[in-house]
Design a binder for this molecule. Structure first.
Ligand SMILES: Cc1cc2nc3c(=O)[nH]c(=O)nc-3n(C[C@H](O)[C@H](O)[C@H](O)COP(=O)(O)O)c2cc1C
Length: 453
């Protein structure tokens, strides 16, 4: 059982999280409400105020690594604290060696260490990670970017990042030759694929005297990006989104099967984008699908009929479905419950599979249905035409078409390029970009400002 806290400790906790302040304000507002607000509206006024105070401040971890731009972070800490955010600063050992911790401790208002993973019986990195609404790493050195990409955790900052489920904003800053190094570029791609946010460095005069890309963006810009991510993290609050991902597999005999090349990357990227915008996600995925970075409710399927059953069972509870899974179009006519002898030639006949997407609106009339259509090497005009035909066929609200035969896009690729059509016409073409960016743009088109489109 956990030790009971002394009254002093409780008070310290309360003042740390500003709850005491909020309670005090609520007490006075409550008094005022008794004088001037009718009884039936008092709770609404108090709840709105509480919601407003919660909306205003967030718990932010500022991670500082040993880049020459680190001294600028003093200003970022001041800006964030000025906006009433609860700021915890964690520095790497090299950052402390480079800048000392004193000025940062003054700005942060607490002691700074790089190593107190175990501290007074508490596990600091888990506690920090659990309460963070956002982690920003600025400046992010080539070294720490490599460590995060490699899943290393040898100090408080890297361990906290690994233990967190909150959005992470990485602000790289380094010499331009380091920034252009393929190792750094690849590590950045890995972080993007895992749905970490990257605020790229800007061009200008670098500490080493050369001019090029590598400067840390102004702290005001970093603060703006933090606010954008925090705001976005509430955009889809209250929405329940079902996402299907990966390819279905149909058995032919006891050991052989037929499937397709879908890996679930696009679905996983949509799950991460939806979760980081505050939606509740159910992720229905194939056995071998890539999984999202953020925790989601999930269930596995193998065959098209297993997927259909899962969708049908859950769909009534959801507001929106992204049907990204590549469902078998053909199913073996019969299943042979043994290992077919490989010395003989065989003929396998297939029947067309039932289109699950055509059932969705029958199960839940109100659901916002977003279907994906894989197209193979067609012209832009034909892709859009096929997308409209599919829209009409299945009664979807949107069809997102992508050419899975395109160079470096589609099945298994890390990038995609998509066309979104709806009853209103062609909404947008999203040009080739990492699937995580495509996912964010899809959500922005379908839920502009969190409202229905
Ligand atoms: C004066 C000085 C300035 C440095 N500036 C940078 C920088 O801007 N970006 C970078 O990636 N590395 C820079 N480095 C190298 C890092 O400090 C080094 O890779 C270190 O191991 C990073 O440790 P950390 O990532 O744990 O903080 C600099 C080194 C020195 C000595």
């Amino acid at each position: 059982m956990a030790d009971r806290q002394s009254p002093d400790q409780i008070l310290e906790e309360l003042s740390k999280t500003k709850i005491a302040g909020v309670l005090l304000i609520l007490y006075f507002v409550n008094l005022a409400c008794h004088v001037c607000v009718p009884e039936h509206s008092r709770n609404t006024v108090l709840i709105s105020l509480l919601y407003y105070t919660r909306m205003k401040s967030a718990s932010i971890i500022v991670g500082i690594s040993a880049g020459i731009a680190g001294y600028k972070l003093l200003d970022l800490i001041k800006i964030l604290k000025g906006k009433k955010h609860d700021v915890a600063v964690v520095m790497t050992r090299h950052a402390i060696e480079m800048f000392g911790s004193e000025d940062f401790e003054k700005a942060a208002g607490h002691k700074i260490s790089y190593k107190n993973i175990f501290h007074k019986g508490k596990i600091d990195h888990i506690e920090l990670a659990a309460k963070a609404d956002l982690i920003v790493v600025a400046p992010a050195t080539a070294d720490i970017i490599g460590k995060i990409a490699g899943g290393l955790a040898d100090d408080l900052l890297t361990t906290t990042i690994l233990a967190s489920h909150s959005p992470v904003l990485i602000c790289p800053s380094m010499n331009s030759r380091m920034w252009e190094n393929p190792a750094v570029k690849e590590n950045i791609q890995i972080l993007k694929r895992r749905s970490l946010y990257i605020l790229p460095p800007v061009s200008g005069r670098l500490a080493c005297g050369t001019v090029g890309i590598g400067r840390l963006p102004d702290v005001e810009e970093i603060a703006g990006e933090i606010e954008r991510i925090l705001l976005q993290s509430k955009k889809l609050k209250g929405k329940k989104i079902m996402i299907t991902a990966g390819g279905t597999t149909e058995p032919i005999d006891a050991v052989r099967m037929i499937t397709n090349r879908s890996t679930g990357k696009m679905g996983a990227a949509l799950a991460d984008a939806s979760t980081s915008q505050g939606a509740q996600v159910l992720f229905l995925h194939s056995v071998s699908s890539v999984m999202p970075r953020f925790p989601v409710r999930e269930a596995k399927f193998m065959t098209a009929s297993e997927l259909e059953e899962l969708m049908k069972k859950n769909i009534k509870d959801y507001d929106c479905l992204f049907h990204v899974a590549a469902v078998s179009d053909f199913i073996p006519e019969k299943f042979i419950d043994q290992k077919i002898d490989s010395r003989q030639s065989i003929k396998v006949s297939f029947k067309p599979a039932r289109k699950i997407i055509n059932q969705v609106k029958k199960w839940n009339r109100k659901i916002k249905l977003v279907g994906f259509k894989a197209i193979y090497k067609l012209s832009e005009k034909e892709i859009i035409k096929t997308a409209f035909e599919k829209l009409e066929d299945c009664g979807a609200d949107y069809i997102i078409a992508n050419d899975v035969g395109g160079e470096g896009i589609g099945f298994a690729a890390n990038d995609n390029e998509v066309y979104i059509v709806s009853g209103k016409g062609l909404l947008v073409k999203i040009p080739k970009a990492p699937k995580t960016e495509i996912a964010e743009k899809i959500l922005n088109n379908i839920f502009p400002d969190g409202k229905e489109n």
